[in-house]
Write a protein that binds this ligand. Structure first.
Ligand code: V47
Length: 378
């Protein structure tokens, strides 16, 4: 074995644990957040990443759709949600959603990522109809739709249980759920950044129910606002506990807080150091979650590329049109071409593999793209 020289020698016991595949403790997590030796943390995370995923970096060809930005929650962390009477707010019709879904490059999209504000009058039936219409028009496209927060809100409005809501959406075509809305579970932080959202426990229980119904989901953590290092480790440990029970999480996405146009605009943006550390620590703490996603819109393509050597094994995605981060001041592009994703991944020395939402490799041939995914595209 090649001898490793860590600048921070106190990390050597963690190297032994990681090499032995031993689970890291809460205190180990804190240690990883507090050391200045980022390269050592990255080295450890890379060991786990390569053990789980080899040299592969996964990417996908997807489109984000945000049917409405009207939101009753008015979270301090958010720049996307608008009041129902706000002149700049929008709500798409079903036809607009279906049409927008088909706009983009001439590439066969495998996933629609659908997230919206908590709209006070749109009904559960409206969302089910929207999903059915998407499935009818784009039958091969996976519908990754609605955060746990939206699910909780639908249940409250429709006076149904979370399980009933999830079942109805599943029957209408929802294939899996994205990981948003988790923020940081600790109630002290939640009270300040998103006081009208469901609690951390409710987020966990909603995810548990989704997994019990056979729906996969992702999970996230929003960092770089008012949370402490303990809050972050606590968040990761709680996700790890649920994953032990359900195995339903596919990927974890650390999300860097963007303060512009939010009620927390006085806070500084996260640094590259912090972004890479969160990728690495999550890879090390979430030993049972198969993938760690570097979301380039949020962390820039440059950092997302380096993240492929700090624990990440996924680079999401073509996206095409992004609103949540751009409303909060993101200066990254709206979308990325497939060939640019390939270039970024290859330059990082990784082998790009296109995936669908469930991490099955997607075969591309030189034949024309599938018609069913491209009715409006070409
Ligand atoms: O839930 C909102 C966060 C999330 C801000 O599952 C903000 O594959 C930073 O969850 N600054 C939505 N973050 C994005 C999300 C996501 C993204 C990419 C892939 C997947 C996936 C999920 O963005 C929200 C919230 O946590 N957010 N406002 C802000 N100002």
């Amino acid at each position: 074995m090649i001898p490793i020289q860590f600048e921070d020698q106190t990390l050597v016991p963690l190297l032994d644990k990681v090499r032995d595949g031993e689970r890291l403790s809460f205190d180990d997590g804190l240690h990883l957040y507090r050391t200045k030796d980022l390269l050592a943390v990255g080295y450890l995370a890379n060991l786990v990443r390569e053990r789980l995923q080899g040299n592969v970096t996964w990417f996908n060809v997807n489109r984000h759709i945000n049917p409405t930005d009207v939101c009753v929650a008015s979270c301090r962390l958010c720049a996307f949600g608008k009041g129902v009477r706000d002149a700049s707010a929008y709500t798409m019709t079903h036809e607009e959603v279906w049409h927008r879904a088909g706009m983009g490059w001439s590439e066969a999209i495998t996933e629609f990522h659908i997230v919206a504000g908590l709209h006070p009058t749109l009904t559960l039936d409206w969302y089910c109809e929207m999903l059915r219409g998407l499935k009818e028009r784009y039958p091969s496209v996976h519908l990754k739709a609605f955060t746990m927060v939206e699910i909780g809100y639908f249940a409250q409005r429709a006076k149904l249980s979370v399980r009933q809501v999830l079942q109805k959406l599943k029957d209408a075509g929802m294939d899996s759920l994205p990981g948003g809305g988790a923020e940081v579970f600790h109630p002290r932080v939640r009270r300040i950044i998103c006081d009208h959202k469901l609690t951390g426990e409710e987020w966990i229980e909603t995810a548990r129910t989704a997994h019990e119904l056979g729906l996969h989901s992702n999970c996230t953590m929003l960092y770089g606002h008012l949370e402490t290092e303990e809050d972050r480790v606590d968040h990761l440990v709680r996700l790890r506990e649920l994953q032990d029970a359900t195995k339903g999480f596919q990927t974890f996405i650390p999300l860097a807080f963007h303060p512009e146009n939010t009620a927390l605009h006085h806070l500084p943006r996260t640094s590259g150091f912090m972004d890479l550390r969160n990728i690495a620590v999550s890879r090390l703490m979430l030993d049972n979650v198969p993938h760690i996603k570097a979301y380039w819109v949020m962390m820039t393509p440059q950092i997302a590329q380096i993240a492929q050597r700090f624990g990440a094994d996924d680079l999401d995605g073509t996206i095409i049109e992004e609103r949540i981060y751009h409303d909060a001041g993101a200066t990254t592009a709206q979308g990325m071409r497939r060939q640019d994703l390939l270039r970024l991944i290859r330059e990082a020395g990784r082998d790009p593999v296109e995936r669908d939402t469930l991490y099955r490799p997607v075969e591309r041939t030189d034949e024309p793209p599938r018609r069913d995914a491209l009715t409006v595209l070409v």
